[in-house]
Design a binder for this molecule. Structure first.
Ligand SMILES: Cc1cc2nc3c(=O)[nH]c(=O)nc-3n(C[C@H](O)[C@H](O)[C@H](O)COP(=O)(O)OP(=O)(O)OC[C@H]3O[C@@H](n4cnc5c(N)ncnc54)[C@H](O)[C@@H]3O)c2cc1C
Length: 503
C-alpha cells in the first residue's frame, strides 16, 4: 500500500474525508484562500482505499488479566502520565495500583461546576486534581512540539481505542474537547479495574517513607506522575531527600478575543464551515526572553484553574465543536532559573505562588479575576469597562500594567505590539487579558537517569509526566508514562530471565 497527497479546498477535502481512508490532514491558512492538505491511503495500483475498507486502523491493545499478577507497580497520580502508564503495565501483565488525590470524574464535575458558579474551591478536586488529571477538562489538544520522544501515534491510538474520534489518528492539530474527555477517561478506568488494576481516589500520598503503614518506596517501583500543580507533594519529596532542581518555565496572562476577529485575521474571513474556527500560534523575542501564545483554544472558555485557596489562576478549554464566540490563549513570558533570586530548587514554585496571590488580591473574593482591555494594558490606561468574556466566575477591571512584575508585564506589552505588526488588528480593546496564567509548565524538575528513568537520588522511583519536568501537555505526558511502564516491564523481565539462568 502507498499514499497519495492532495491539496484541496475545504469542501472538497470534507467530501474526500467521508469517502477515503485519510492518514494525514492539515489546514493551510498562509494564502488568502484556505487549503487542506490531505494524505490518503492507496492500494498497489495507486487507487484510494475506501474509508470503511476492512483494513484495521491500527493494532488494538491487548490488556492482560492481572488479578493474580506476581508483579505490581504503584502509580501516584491519575493524569495522562499515570493512566497511560497503567494501561501499558496491563499490556505487560503487571498490576497497576493508582493513588489519586482527587475524585473520580463524575464527582469531580460537580466540584468544577461549583467553582464556575463562584461557590467555592475544593483544593483536592478542581481543574488540576482528580481523575484524568489536568487534561480532563481541557481543550484536549493532542499534539506535541517534540517528535523525539517516541511513538506519539500509539498515544493517539489508545485515545481512539477508548472513544476519541477518528480525527485524532490523522489530524495534524487534533483535539478531543472537554465534553468528550470525561467519558474517555472513565472508560480507561473501567478497563484498568476490569483487568485487575486498582484505583484509589481521594487518596493523597503524603509520604514515600510511611504511607498506609508501609514504606512505599521500598515495596515496589513507584511511578510518580503528580503533574505540576501539587506544590505540597514537591515539598514532601524535598523533605524526604528526593533530588529536585529548578527549571525554566513561563508565566503571563490569558487573552480572549472575539472568535470572529481571529477568523478574520488568521483565516482572512474565509468560511469556517468545513474547517472549524481559526487557531493561532504566535511567538516573538523581547529583551532576550521568548514571549509566546500557549494552549490556544478556538471557540473556547477561560476557566479558573487554581488548586489552592487565596490564589487566582486561569487557563483555557473548549468543547469538541469549539463553537463559543470567544478565542483564548495563554500569553506567556519565558522565565529562566537565574531570573529568580536564591538557590532553593523550589524557588520557581514560590514565585508562581507569589504571582497567583497577587492576582487574587487584585481580583474580588472569591474567584472573580482581575482583567484589563488589551490596548489599555499596552498603553498603560485604566479600563473603565470590560468586554463580554467567557470566564464564568466573572472579571473585575484592574491595572495589570501596573502590578504585573515588570519583566513579565513590559515584555507582554512589547510582545503584543510585535504580534499586531504581523497581524494588524490583533492589538485591540475588544480583547481582554485576564490574570494570571502561571501553570503553563513545570517550575521543577525531578532529575532521573536517562536510561533507567529512575530518580537520581531514589532508586525505584520513576518521576514522569509534566510534574517531573520531562513533558509538557497531554500527549507528551502520556508518552512519558508509557515509556516509564515499558522500562519497568523490561526490568522485571530481565530479573525473571536472570532467575531462570541461575537456577
Ligand atoms: C484547563 C487546562 C487546559 C489544558 N489544555 C490542554 C490541551 O488542550 N492540550 C494539552 O496538551 N495540554 C493541556 N493542558 C495541560 C495538560 O493537562 C497537562 O500537561 C497534562 O495533564 C499533564 O499530565 P500529567 O499526567 O503529567 O499530570 P496531571 O494531568 O497534572 O495529573 C497529575 C495527577 O496527580 C494527582 N496528584 C498530585 N499529587 C498527588 C499526590 N500526592 N497523591 C495522589 N495524587 C496526586 C493530581 O490530582 C492529578 O490528577 C491543560 C491544562 C489545564 C489545567
Amino acid at each position: 500500500m502507498g499514499t497519495a497527497q492532495y491539496i484541496l479546498n475545504p469542501r472538497e477535502a470534507y467530501i474526500a474525508e467521508q469517502q477515503w481512508r485519510v492518514v494525514k490532514r492539515s489546514v493551510d491558512a498562509r494564502q488568502r484562500e484556505l487549503r487542506v492538505h490531505l494524505t490518503i491511503l492507496t492500494d498497489e495500483a495507486g487507487k484510494p482505499i475506501a474509508k470503511d475498507a476492512p483494513i484495521p486502523l491500527y493494532e488494538p491493545p491487548v490488556f492482560q488479566d492481572v488479578h493474580q499478577a506476581a508483579q505490581s507497580v504503584v502509580i501516584i497520580g491519575a493524569g495522562p502520565a499515570g493512566l497511560f502508564a497503567a494501561l501499558t503495565l496491563l499490556e505487560h501483565g503487571i498490576k497497576p495500583i493508582i493513588y489519586e488525590r482527587g475524585k473520580e470524574v463524575s464527582e469531580r464535575k460537580k466540584d468544577i461546576a461549583l467553582l464556575n458558579r463562584n461557590e467555592g474551591l475544593n483544593p483536592e478536586s478542581n481543574y488540576c486534581f482528580g481523575e484524568g488529571g489536568a487534561g480532563t477538562f481541557s481543550d484536549g489538544k493532542l499534539f506535541s512540539r517534540s517528535k523525539k520522544r517516541g511513538n506519539m501515534q500509539r498515544v493517539m491510538e489508545l485515545f481512539h481505542y477508548f472513544g476519541a474520534p477518528d480525527t485524532v489518528l490523522y489530524e495534524a492539530h487534533a483535539h478531543i474537547g472537554s465534553d468528550k474527555l470525561p467519558g474517555i477517561i472513565k472508560r480507561m478506568r473501567e478497563c484498568i479495574i476490569e483487568h485487575g488494576g486498582e484505583i484509589h481516589f481521594e487518596t493523597c500520598v503524603t509520604s514515600l517513607k510511611e504511607f498506609k503503614g508501609e514504606r512505599l518506596e521500598l515495596r515496589v517501583p513507584i511511578i510518580l506522575a503528580i503533574g505540576h500543580s501539587a506544590h505540597d507533594t514537591y515539598r514532601m519529596l524535598a523533605a524526604e531527600g528526593v533530588t529536585l532542581e529548578t527549571k525554566g518555565f513561563a508565566m503571563g496572562v490569558r487573552i480572549e478575543h472575539p472568535q470572529a476577529l481571529i477568523n478574520k485575521l488568521f483565516y482572512h474571513n474565509a468560511s469556517t464551515e468545513y474547517v472549524g474556527n481559526a487557531a493561532y500560534s504566535l511567538v516573538t523575542q523581547v529583551d532576550g526572553r521568548g514571549v509566546y501564545s500557549f494552549c490556544m483554544c478556538p471557540g473556547g472558555h477561560i476557566v479558573p484553574a487554581g488548586s489552592s485557596a487565596g490564589s487566582c489562576v486561569v487557563n483555557g478549554m473548549s468543547a469538541s465543536h469549539r463553537n463559543s464566540p470567544y478565542a483564548n490563549s495563554g500569553m506567556v513570558v519565558q522565565i529562566n532559573p537565574e531570573d529568580i533570586e536564591g538557590d532553593d530548587p523550589l524557588r520557581g514554585l514560590a514565585y508562581q505562588e507569589m504571582l497567583e496571590q497577587l492576582a487574587f488580591e487584585h481580583g474580588k473574593t472569591p474567584y472573580i479575576a482581575p482583567a484589563q482591555r488589551m490596548r489599555d494594558f499596552v498603553e498603560g490606561k485604566e479600563s473603565k469597562s470590560l468586554p463580554a468574556c467567557s470566564f464564568l466566575p466573572g472579571l473585575i477591571p484592574s491595572r495589570l500594567d501596573q502590578w504585573l512584575p515588570a519583566h513579565i508585564g513590559k515584555r507582554l506589552q512589547q510582545g503584543f505590539r510585535d504580534f499586531d505588526k504581523k497581524h494588524p488588528g490583533f492589538l485591540t480593546n475588544d480583547a481582554v487579558i485576564v490574570g494570571v496564567e502561571s501553570r503553563s509548565s513545570s517550575a521543577v524538575r525531578i532529575p532521573r537517569d536517562p536510561e533507567s528513568m529512575q530518580s537520581i537520588s531514589t532508586p525505584g522511583l520513576y518521576p514522569c509526566g509534566e510534574g517531573a519536568g520531562y513533558a509538557g501537555g497531554i500527549t507528551s505526558s502520556a508518552l512519558d508514562g508509557i515509556n516509564a511502564a515499558v522500562e519497568i516491564a523490561r526490568l522485571f523481565e530481565s530479573r525473571t530471565n536472570h532467575t531462570i539462568i541461575t537456577q
